[in-house]
Write a protein that binds this ligand. Structure first.
Ligand SMILES: Cc1cc2nc3c(=O)[nH]c(=O)nc-3n(C[C@H](O)[C@H](O)[C@H](O)COP(=O)(O)OP(=O)(O)OC[C@H]3O[C@@H](n4cnc5c(N)ncnc54)[C@H](O)[C@@H]3O)c2cc1C
Length: 469
């Protein structure tokens, strides 16, 4: 991939707004640009758009939405901004944090009302991992596939031209950084040159580019337990294009981890049951963390255990919380859920020492009764202790997606180091610097898709304005 500096315009055809990458950010940008009256070409390198969006659980956090108001939830942009800053200890990019806090609510309302995206509230996340109120909006099946499918259908309905199997491997720009078009490489080696007036980069982050992870997140990228579980197309191409064009980058060491990925199935274990009382033990049958302190940092807690393994142990009551979700049903069908009538039988089944597991369960029951303090600081008193038949799923931790990227302004225009915007380059989703500050523990649940849809919408609107000027 490269930026080709030329003042010439020699293109096969021209489209006012070109968007690269058909995940949540690119599709939302395309919808916004169409709503603003622009003709849009959305280019996707895969034969079938998946991206990290399809792999996700489809939750986006947003403040002050109509859905929240209907549920009587009192939230607003200032509360969301305060939560972002508290979670990141003030290290989040303040401009993007403000933009996402202000614009995420209107973005969800717009997607629901104008484009029939079936967002609903998940009301079990207030007080967890930095959200002081319930602001997670998800689709009914709680899968990214459903969200992604809804966005693709909406884009088709809105008249977006989506071309798949179209890998953008070069950008044309003049000496002043004005982008004039892109080069598309086809699988058969063929190429097309497409001119544009505004270019939106939504190729996500760089989790699939091990060299970039090693450079920017050395503590994870160089660790023996390095493991990436996002989309393989997240190679950081958009970020590198932006940097070559003079864009500034921020928070490149930030990332979202996840400590509950079923091993070896690579299926997400929904965290709601852990939030409501399930525990995680290592192969020695011992707890090793406050499972509810940091959903992202829990990835490192698990990966640092023997074999990088944590068994999530739960009972029928906790199973009920997730039993109807497609991912749980899939895990059950694959035999990933081990079940036994007693703690000893479960210990034998999952090959952890009986005495250790029994002691762990006995101690957590005492913590739930308020008789014992959790050595890791978890409050067990909100939920009844595990009881009756027990179940366990083997899990590991992984890097899900990177959070650093191109710095953007309130209209998603890519900024130079001096804070001025590049003439006609925009970025959204994982390609832009997110709202997670530095490191692994600044990630607020559902901030990835919040950034994708919010900056996507703003990028699409700005691109349409630039193209019309
Ligand atoms: C397992 C998992 C679960 C997650 N769960 C959640 C969640 O519930 N809530 C949340 O907020 N976040 C979640 N995330 C993160 C979330 O998925 C991402 O933040 C979000 O999907 C990013 O959207 P995007 O549009 O930027 O990127 P993507 O959805 O990854 O889309 C980028 C697209 O660009 C394409 N592309 C890349 N380079 C090029 C190129 N040169 N030319 C053409 N196309 C290109 C890729 O093929 C890809 O389709 C999760 C992530 C993972 C991995």
């Amino acid at each position: 991939m490269t930026v080709l500096r030329t003042a010439e315009r020699a293109f096969d055809f021209d489209v006012p707004v070109v968007i690269v990458g058909a995940g949540a950010a690119g599709l939302t940008a395309a919808l916004a640009a169409r709503d603003a009256g622009a003709e849009v070409l959305l280019l996707e390198r895969d034969a079938h758009p998946r991206g990290s969006t399809s792999m996700s659980q489809g939750y986006a956090c947003a403040a002050g939405t109509k859905i929240q108001r209907d549920k009587g939830i009192d939230d607003d942009p200032d509360k969301f901004y305060a939560d972002i800053m508290a979670r990141t200890k003030g290290t989040a990019d303040p401009l993007t944090a403000r933009t996402v806090a202000d614009q995420s609510g209107p973005t969800v309302d717009w997607l629901v009302e104008r484009h029939a995206i079936p967002f609903q509230m998940n009301i079990s996340w207030a007080g967890f991992f930095g959200h002081t109120v319930n602001r997670l909006h998800g689709v009914p099946t709680r899968t990214g596939e459903e969200l992604h499918g809804s966005l693709i259908r909406a884009a088709e309905d809105a008249g977006v031209t989506l071309v798949t199997g179209a890998h953008v491997d070069a950008i044309f720009a003049d000496a002043d950084g004005v982008v004039s078009g892109v080069r598309v490489r086809r699988k058969d080696g063929g190429e097309e040159r497409i001119g544009c007036k505004a270019l939106v980069l939504t190729t996500c982050g760089f989790g699939a580019n091990h060299d970039m992870v090693r450079d920017h997140i050395p503590s994870f990228g160089s660790a023996p337990y390095y493991r990436y579980f996002g989309h393989e197309g997240n190679e950081g191409e958009g970020i590198r294009f932006g940097v070559e064009l003079g864009g500034a980058i921020g928070c490149m060491d930030a990332y979202q981890g996840y400590g509950a990925l079923a091993e070896p199935y690579g299926i997400i274990v929904n965290y709601d049951m852990v939030m409501q009382g399930a525990i995680t033990v290592n192969v020695e049958g011992k707890r090793f963390s406050n499972e509810n302190a940091d959903i992202s940092g829990q990835a490192l807690n698990v990966l640092r255990q023997p074999d990088g393994i944590g068994w999530i142990v739960f009972d029928d009551a906790r199973r009920q919380i997730v039993a109807d979700l497609p991912e749980y049903r899939e895990l059950a069908a694959l035999g990933a859920v081990r079940s036994a009538e007693t703690a000893d039988a479960l210990a034998d089944l999952i090959k952890v020492p009986r005495e250790a597991l029994a002691r762990t369960l006995e101690e957590t029951a005492r913590m739930a009764a308020g008789e014992l303090a959790c050595p890791f600081g978890r409050d067990f008193t909100q939920h009844p202790p595990l009881s009756g038949p027990l179940h366990a799923i083997k899990t590991t931790g992984a890097l899900f997606h990177t959070q650093g990227g191109l710095k953007v302004d309130a209209g998603a225009r890519v900024l130079r180091e001096d804070g001025t915007p590049l003439p006609n380059l925009l970025a959204g989703g994982g390609t832009a610097c997110s709202i997670s500050g530095n490191g692994v523990d600044g990630y607020l649940p559902a901030a990835g898709l919040a950034t994708a849809i919010t900056l996507g919408r703003l990028a699409g609107t700005t691109a349409a304005d630039l193209a019309a000027a």
